[in-house]
Write a new protein. Structure first.
Ligand SMILES: Cc1ncc(C[n+]2csc(CCOP(=O)(O)OP(=O)(O)O)c2C)c(N)n1
Lengths: 324, 326
């Protein structure tokens, strides 16, 4: 496995901190009623999975996910400002204030969007991959899948379809152990989810520690190389949501207290990466704190930008129903 | 009958609980209905009372929730299958439309499908385009399944009990915005409302407002306001989109000769279109003005709250429509 440079690791650290700060701020803004509505699903806890995975692809490649999409948009390089503006439903948001937290997309970043119907984006991923092959490119698609989404028909049909036509999709299950409240072992006949690959004849790249960004990177890299040449792969990344299902899930910290404590104290992706930087690369706390300060500043600027942005108007309401 | 003031979600819970106590073939299944206590808290406490055999937490698998309910009903059980929201019922459309609604007819009466699909419906919470549908009329398009859309806690209880007891499949929709609104509900387990019967929620002689579910609230508020100016609206809550109680509409129309249809759903191929078409067909001689329709705007629903509300019907839009016909 290739040695990963200190600079790369520092950049991953920066991304992790940016996401965590962004999500923490979203949570506060929701409580302050600056972000409204009923849906806001935070990526806190999942950072290493997203960062490791997207580090393994190129700009020309493609990313698609479900509604837990803030972190992935940031990793893909979408500016925090229009993302935060979208949270507040502003006209300057990535989706013009029409999509909200669950529907972020940025065409120019090949970030094909967050989708709020569980499983609904899987066939879209297959279609984007079909276009990649059709156009004779070697581009690949990374499609993130919730553990809960593996139990609906979209999962079955999309994975099977991708294998038949050898479509270049890296299917990554972000297994955070629970759907909304139902645990994976109560919802899946085969709770070791990557084993489903076998049912479709898809290459099984098994489970990876989703809290360890280096491990995720290496595994997804292997998957990307395979997908470019051969066809789809399935990877199951074990992770945890630190803020419950979404903002309407108010009892997660009591309900899941012991488990949450374990994942925060022993499997915190930011700590794991910080320790690696300190022990193997001589990075000190001072340097890491400087990174945190920078990211805090970026997030604060995004909040300012969003708060001062205009709301969409009556014309926006009716625009883009059809292509004109 | 003694009455208690309770919110709609509690009235629905009473209905489920009473019917489960009355008939041990009745059971509940759906996503997060048990341990999570129901996404909208309708099924709260049922798992504790009835156990996991009769309150079944399912995977996120609408297709099989819908289809298994059909099979179980054919085999003699009385499933009440919950779709967390009606948006997700789209994934089960095939089971609902091709099977639940057709099996009795297609096999010439050999099988019955006595099930209830419950689904939360509605918008106004920035739930966005994919999570803001009020597609009740789409489901009512197909013969073979009833569609229930209660507007008050009382109706919710009586209609859900009727739906569970009936031998036909029923789609039972519940407006999210109405869940927490209280109203008087008969405190009796024999309170059952007839299927397909509308109710006049307010009497009046100048204009008939035909509506259901959330539209009742907007219509009653408009009627109250208009009454101050001497315009008396008769508000008919249809309660069921199928069977559709047109006789009640015609009776009222003969008196008022004017009609405004009020609904939360989209305007094209809609509840409003249907009512207006039947009135012009059957009541032509009584018509003094065109039938007006108040509905959502013909757009997908945006996230930003202000423009979302712009697209939603409201009391003022009902008042404006009434003004156009008087
Ligand atoms: C088809 C469909 N059914 C139900 C829902 C409601 N819902 C939203 S998220 C969710 C849980 C999904 O869990 P998982 O796939 O594990 O993703 P996670 O939230 O853990 O990231 C449910 C049931 C939905 N959005 N779409």
């Amino acid at each position: 496995m290739a040695e990963i440079s200190k600079n790369t690791l520092l950049d991953w650290y920066r991304q992790m901190v940016l996401i965590r700060q962004f999500e923490t701020r979203c949570d506060e803004l929701y409580r302050d009623k600056k972000i409204t509505g009923v849906y806001l699903h935070l990526y806190s806890g999942h950072e290493a999975t997203g960062i490791g995975a997207l580090a393994a692809i190129e700009k020309r490649d493609h990313v698609i996910t479900a509604y837990r999409d803030h972190g992935l948009a940031l990793i893909r390089g979408v500016d925090a400002k229009p993302l935060m503006a979208e949270m507040m439903g502003k006209r300057t948001g990535v989706s013009g204030g029409k999509g909200g937290s669950m529907h972020l997309a940025s065409r120019k970043h090949n970030f094909w969007g967050g989708y709020a119907i569980v499983g609904g984006h899987l066939p879209l991923a297959a279609g984007i991959a079909q276009a990649c092959r059709y156009n004779n490119t070697d581009e690949v698609v990374i499609c993130f899948i919730g553990d809960g989404a593996t139990n609906n028909g979209y999962f079955h049909e999309s994975l099977n379809f991708s294998q038949i036509y050898k479509l270049p999709v890296i299917w990554i299950i972000e297994n955070n152990l629970v759907g909304m409240g139902t645990r994976i072992e109560d919802a899946s006949g085969q709770p070791i989810l990557h084993r489903r690959a076998d049912a479709y004849g898809i290459k099984d790249l098994e489970r990876v520690d989703g809290q360890n960004v280096v491990e995720v990177y290496n595994r997804v890299k292997e998957g990307v190389e395979y997908a470019r040449r051969e066809g789809p792969v399935l990877i199951e990344s074990m992770t945890y949501r630190y803020k419950g299902h979404g903002v309407s899930d108010r009892s997660y910290d009591k309900r899941l207290a012991d488990e949450l404590k374990d994942w925060v104290e022993n499997k915190e992706p930011i700590t794991i990466l910080a320790n690696l930087l300190k022990t193997e690369h001589g990075v000190d706390d001072h340097q890491l704190e400087a990174i945190v300060d920078q990211q805090l500043k970026i997030v604060e600027e995004s909040v300012e930008y969003a708060l001062n942005s205009p709301d969409p108007d009556a014309d926006d309401l009716v625009r883009n129903v059809y292509v004109e | 009958m003694a009455e208690k003031n309770i919110p709609m979600r509690e009235a629905l819970r009473q209905a489920l609980r009473e019917e489960m106590l009355r008939d041990d073939r009745v059971y509940v299944m759906g996503e997060e209905v048990g341990q999570w206590q129901g996404t909208h808290r309708v099924t709260q406490g049922l798992l504790e009372e009835f156990g996991a055999k009769r309150v079944i937490d399912t995977p996120i698998s609408e297709m099989v929730i819908g289809g298994a309910a059909v099979g179980a009903a054919m085999a003699g059980l009385r499933p009440v299958a919950e779709f967390m929201t009606i948006n997700f019922a789209f994934l089960a459309l095939d089971a609902m439309i091709n099977h639940a609604a057709k099996i009795h007819y297609m096999f010439n009466g050999q099988f019955k499908v006595p099930l209830v699909f419950r689904a939360a419906s509605g918008w106004g919470n920035q739930a966005t385009a994919t999570h803001s549908h009020t597609p009740e009329p789409i489901f009512a398009h197909f013969p073979g399944m009833y569609v229930a859309c209660p507007a008050t806690p009382r109706d919710a209880k009586g209609m859900l009990k009727a739906s569970i007891r009936d031998e036909n499949p029923v789609l039972f929709t519940e407006s999210i915005a109405l869940y927490s609104k209280p109203g008087p509900v008969p405190d009796s387990d024999e309170f059952v409302l007839p299927i397909g019967k509308s109710e006049i929620k307010r009497e009046g002689k100048h204009v008939t407002l035909v509506t259901y579910a959330r539209g009742v609230e907007w219509s009653l508020a408009a009627a109250q306001e208009l009454s101050k100016q001497g315009v008396e609206c008769e508000v008919i809550d249809m309660r069921w989109l199928r069977p559709l109680d047109m006789e009640a509409v015609f009776e009222s129309f003969k008196k008022t000769n004017r009609c405004v249809v009020v609904e939360e759903s989209l305007p094209l191929y809609s509840f409003g279109s249907e009512i207006a078409a039947q009135i012009q067909d059957q009541m032509f001689d009584y018509m003094d003005a065109p039938v007006k329709r108040v509905s959502a705007m013909d757009v997908p629903l945006p996230y930003a709250h202000d423009i979302e509300l712009m697209a939603l019907p409201n009391t003022q839009k009902v008042i404006d429509a009434v003004r156009e016909v008087i």
